[in-house]
Design a binder for this molecule. Sequence first.
Ligand code: FES
Length: 103
Amino acid sequence: MRVRFTDGGAVREVEAVPGERLLDVARRDGQPLEGTCNGELACATCHVIVAAEDFDRLPPASEEEEDMLDLAPDARRTSRLACQIVLTPALDKLSVRLPTSSA
Ligand code: FES
C-alpha cells in the first residue's frame, strides 16, 4: 500500500506496510514531521492535514487526539495526528500534507 504526501502541486507516493503508523512512514521518508513525544499524545508536532476526500476513510479521532489538535498551530477541519493513524489496506493512497507545506 502507499500513502501520498502532497505539497502544492507535487505529490509524493511512499510505500507503507499495514500496521505502521503514518508518523513512522513520514519519518522514514524524511518528511519534516517531528513527532516529539513519539505517540504519547503530548506534543501535536505530528500534525498533518488530511485531504478532504480521504478524511472519512479514517477512524474518528479520540477525545485525547481532539484535545491535542486544539493546540496545534494551523489546525483545520481535516487535521489529524500522524502518530494516531495506523495504516490499513482500506487507507491505501491516503493523501496528507504537512501544515508547513503550501496548500
Ligand atoms: S507524536 Fe506527539 S502527539 Fe503525535
